[in-house]
Design a protein around this ligand. Structure first.
Ligand SMILES: [Zn+2]
Length: 430
């Protein structure tokens, strides 16, 4: 397997990445491109301000008290989006949450914190546990994803609310796929479309295709049905990404939100990554991420370490240690999710069997799967040395970052809040 000479992504990473002649991946090149843009950040900010002015004008003309919608989960990005719009730009966003029910106590604590600190109105849709069970199980069996309803819900429900409340602007945070693997450039100014929603977030499935499968009913898929083209056109809905208009540093946002709005990070060692501040609201993330490892041979430690390497806060050597520590680990919550879905662990592994990428997985003589390769096996050569970025004084694993990233040598300080200090064996619906 070829691995990026700079970060730790393998050539079979999803979505597709491309390695250039220097052995550097498209995600690393995208990250670099944020520093040398055709359109500078100052001009981007002006474009952003014009969009907000227009949204305010339209809200006034329509007699709306809300001028935009911010889809929120309660994570650090949600905090930052709302803070920026409300505190910096004086907007009055309507917060919209799709509750996928696989919540951690830390996530519920932070969502409640966000609503309290922002003073904003919130609309929250909670998917029923029976529907979630049916959809999760069916999507696990067909595409190996038990969190399909998350992506479908958070990418659809805000549009339903936009139509219902006649609010034309939806402000998303980061264009995640671009940042990970660089499939678009910043000069594209990508906006949210129905197509990207279906292809990237919903694995090519529109909800009506699910009716009748695995007992899924019409009622089960209601929150995932995108409004009609007529409705979208009548309201004039557009979805923009903040990361097209502002330099995006997730670490900075987490620090700012801890300081400004008491965003809480977790203080226990997570099973699949050293990161203590991202996706901590998502209880199923450990299993979701483990599935990625079982399919493609890499997991969240690769994602998180690659990001730190691109920022120059971690060396390749340090990143590889993270991959060694976390990527292959089976999460304890796997058993609980199997119980919830009504399958055994053996059935879970049987489902995954045919989804294993043969580029990385092989069976040994006794029928056990093993990865043919890992970035751990690759010595650092001339290509990797040439690809290194300038190192920052801000080190991921430094004591100063102990609340943000787990380092066994200086573990995070306990907060006294059980929601942040203790890992919950199960998810919380509300
Ligand atoms: Zn890379």
């Amino acid at each position: 397997m070829q691995y990026c000479a700079r970060c730790l992504y393998p050539a079979n990473a999803k979505p597709t990445i491309i390695m250039d002649e220097e052995g550097i991946c498209s995600g690393c090149r995208y990250h670099e491109s944020r520093k040398k843009l055709e359109i500078p950040w100052s001009e981007r900010r002006e474009i952003f301000e014009q969009i907000l002015d227009e949204a305010r004008r339209m809200a006034k003309a329509r007699g709306n008290s809300h001028d935009c919608i911010v889809p929120v989960s309660g994570g650090k990005d949600s905090h930052y989006q709302v803070w920026l719009l409300k505190k910096k730009y004086g907007m009055n966003p309507l917060l919209v949450t799709f509750n996928h029910i696989y919540n951690t106590p830390a996530g519920l604590r932070n969502l409640s914190n966000l609503v309290e600190k922002s003073g904003c109105d919130l609309v929250r849709y909670t998917a029923g546990a029976d529907a979630v069970r049916r959809i999760s199980r069916y999507m696990l069996e067909t595409v190996g994803d038990l969190t399909w309803h998350y992506h479908a819900g958070i990418r659809t429900f805000p549009f339903q609310v936009a139509v219902q409340y006649n609010i034309p602007l939806i402000v998303w945070g980061e264009h995640g796929f671009a940042e990970l693997t660089g499939i678009v450039t910043l000069d594209d100014f990508v906006e949210f479309t129905k197509w990207t929603r279906k292809e990237h977030d919903m694995r090519g499935y529109e909800p009506h295709q699910l009716i009748g499968k695995g007992g899924i009913t019409e009622g089960d898929i209601r929150p995932y049905i995108y409004p009609s083209d007529d409705d979208i056109a009548r309201v004039g809905v557009r979805g923009i990404y903040l990361s097209n208009f502002f330099p995006w540093d997730a670490k900075e946002h987490a620090e700012l939100m801890i300081r400004e709005w008491n965003f809480g990070t977790v203080t226990f060692e997570r099973e699949r990554t050293f990161n203590l501040n991202a996706k901590i609201e998502d209880h199923a993330n450990d299993v979701h991420d483990y599935l990625k490892y079982l399919k493609f041979g890499y997991g969240r430690a690769t994602d998180d370490a690659s990001m730190e390497i691109r920022h120059g806060r971690m060396t390749r050597e340090e990143g590889i240690e993270m991959v060694r520590r976390y990527d292959a680990r089976e999460p304890k919550s796997l058993e609980m999710y199997c119980d919830f879905l009504g399958i055994t662990k053996a059935e879970f592994y049987a489902i995954v069997e045919r989804m294993r990428d043969p580029a990385i997985w092989e069976k040994d003589a006794s029928g056990e799967w093993y990865p043919k390769d890992s970035v751990i096996n690759h010595p650092i050569g001339a290509l990797e040395e040439a690809a290194r970025v300038e190192q920052s004084n801000d080190r991921t694993l430094a004591e100063a970052n102990r609340q943000l990233y787990y380092n066994p040598a200086c573990p995070p300080l306990k907060t006294g809040e059980a929601a942040l200090d203790e890992q919950s064996p199960t998810f919380r619906i509300l």
